[in-house]
Design a protein around this ligand. Sequence first.
Ligand code: ATR
Length: 289
Amino acid sequence: MIDAKTKLCCIIGNPVEHSLSPVLHNTAYRKLGLNYAFLAFRVTDVKAAIAGLRALNAVGIVVTVPHKQEVIKYIDNIDQTAKKIGAVNTIINKNGKLKGSNTDWIGAIKALEEKVRLKDKKVAVLGAGGAARAVIYGLQKRQVKKITIFNRTVSRAKKLIKDLGLTCETDTASLPEIGNSHISPTRWQKIAQQLKNYHIIINTTSVGMQPNHHLSPLVKECINQNHVVYDIVYTPKQTKLLSYAQEMGAKLVFGERMLLHVVKRQFELFTGRKVNIVDMETTLRKFLP
Ligand code: ATR
């Protein structure tokens, strides 16, 4: 029951109404008998929101799109990892000081490691935005052999490699604009040829996310049975890209595994208690059929 001692945790983002964090955290609080409550706040004024949450002594704040970079300005310190990735998705209130960290990278990597060992693998990453930064940071930590970033804007991929100071073998390649224009079969053949050399393909672009679930960042001819294909998009659970991967006999990694691992970490940071990922998955299934 919520009472005068209830500890407040929340998520801030915009939009935030689709977020599964409140049900995942609140269900786990109930199961473990913790006097916590987790709310979602749609926020436009990040500075005011952080000041308000600080004043109200919120114990944990999850930060989601589009505030993961901006929020850095308003908190007291951030750890080395969040600094390197350039984004904070988790804030912990330690005696009134707000400390930012990033759990996206570890969530992304844990999900992948459920299916494949990463050391010495060659990885193709689609996309060069904030999500790609977290994923690539993790890949480097796990000592993959090579990372190639395929992006619509190649200059952005080059900048990402420079910013993260990647020490493994790296490369960039061009990915076409998906959805608006016709892409020639020869262009896809070239990309398929390039992708043959990689063990793992990770989609970090938003292509394929609802309501654009009919889109895929690759055609199915780009995928073969030796690939592990990971889509961090989790709405829908089985994206068009993952359906192609299944058709071609590749190994699949679902984006919702990343979501679960990210939330698990945040829960543990906020409460100091462990949470069972199988229980969290059961909760998730009720809300994401
Ligand atoms: P996030 O922080 O969630 O990663 P983002 O920074 O907007 O979001 O990055 C989205 C990624 O998806 C980018 O790599 C983007 O390509 P650009 O860097 O060229 O913008 C990619 N992306 C989004 N829509 C796309 C589309 N229709 N076709 C191809 N790539 C797309």
